[in-house]
Design a protein around this ligand. Structure first.
Ligand SMILES: [Zn+2]
Length: 372
């Protein structure tokens, strides 16, 4: 009996010492890190590459920072290849000047008046200056007269710190600005906070681990500048306070990974719309839930992309239009998983691509979508 026990002890000692640091078998093979492991799929299934959207579409979330001096003919040529009928440039004021806005609008009017919509921007950093509210309301009025058709609020503005003190986006000094947008009939597209994992520990449990490694300045914490839930709730606060103003909650309000919750918010705030910029990988990993959501809220969600890279639109089209399975996404730091097509109904697709934007954003040329 004693001999058997000793033999067992020896055996477990040997097994233990043959395990690597993480309990993996030490076979003498070199270890490979997770970032490197990205094998092409061997799955053979029908594939439908979509380089051009099935219907002409409006991209409600785009940034062109050099619009006054840009060759817009070149841009229109790229848009035509994708079947993008209208691009909404949210950065009408560039880095913040009226001159830039005028230049953008002039260039559009000269080159392709019905292919671009331009939003204006405001300055939150100067909010403590005397007369800020009055001045900013006047600016909105005048920018709309010049030809702006909406207001964009940047994420930096929902996380603003002025003289060491946080200025929240539901600050009462900004209230008259939201009210004015409602009165003028222009929507406010607001990007609040960032994906929630940016606030989580940077470890093996974080889905955005790679992004935070490559873009470490995106890391946030409960004190930098505030908890994620707080910043997100502050924007909901203004939706509630201003039911007469239309808000486009950018990037699915960062609830693309919790569409049940996003649906609750849709029900609670009838003046809240949304768009899918930069979050197609969230929809593409839950095709059944996402299709159900986009069908239920078909009158409330618009097409957006954010970063202008024509090739990346193809993945959006493929996720929305096809029933393809397990195909690659283009940016591993957003998603280490594969995509599945949602195969949206035609009517849902048309609303997402252009009908909802036509309803929410003024002065888009509806003749571009005639007969559809
Ligand atoms: Zn944006």
């Amino acid at each position: 009996m004693k001999k058997i026990t000793c033999a067992l002890c020896l055996l477990s000692f040997i097994i233990f010492n043959c395990q690597g640091q993480n309990g993996t078998e030490n076979t003498g093979e070199p270890r490979m890190d997770w970032e490197k492991y990205d094998p092409p799929s061997t799955l053979i299934v029908p594939e439908h590459q979509v380089t051009r959207a099935r219907y002409p579409f409006i991209d409600v979330h785009n940034h062109q920072f050099n619009m006054p001096n840009q060759d817009l003919d070149d841009l229109v040529e790229e848009m035509d290849k994708l079947n993008m009928a209208v691009m909404v440039n949210l950065s009408g004021r560039g880095r913040g000047s009226e001159e830039h806005l005028k230049g953008s609008l002039d260039n559009v009017n000269k080159t392709a008046p019905n292919r671009f919509i331009v939003f204006t921007n405001i300055d939150i950093q100067s909010i403590n200056e005397k007369g800020w509210t009055e001045r900013t309301v006047k600016q909105i009025e005048s920018d709309v007269k010049l030809g702006a058709n909406g207001l964009k609020i940047y994420k930096s503005q929902t996380m603003a710190v002025v003289n060491g003190q946080r200025v929240t986006i539901d600050d009462p000094r900004i209230d008259p600005v939201w009210a004015k947008c409602g009165e003028l009939g222009i929507p406010v597209l607001i990007h609040s906070a960032d994906p929630k994992p940016f606030w989580s520990p940077h470890d093996e449990n974080n889905e955005r681990w790679l992004e935070l490694k490559l873009r470490s300045r995106r890391k946030r914490s409960d004190t930098d500048p505030a908890p994620w839930e707080t910043i997100i709730a502050e924007q909901h606060d203004i939706f509630k306070k201003h039911p007469g103003t239309t808000f486009i909650n950018a990037h699915l309000g960062w609830y693309g990974n919790d569409l049940g919750k996003l649906g609750e918010l849709m029900d609670r705030y009838p003046n809240m719309y949304s768009e899918i910029g930069a979050v197609i990988a969230e929809l593409g990993r839950q095709p059944r839930m996402a299709k159900k959501f986009l069908t239920t809220y078909q009158d409330r969600v618009m097409f957006g992309k954010d970063y202008w890279n024509p090739e990346e639109y193809h993945t959006y089209f493929r996720v929305l239009e096809t029933a393809d399975e397990y195909f690659p996404y283009y940016k591993r730091y957003h998603a280490f998983w594969k995509m599945y097509g949602l195969d949206l109904e035609d009517e849902v697709l048309k609303k997402l691509y252009f009908k909802n934007a036509l309803k929410v954003i003024p002065n888009i040329d509806a003749s571009l979508f005639e007969g559809l």
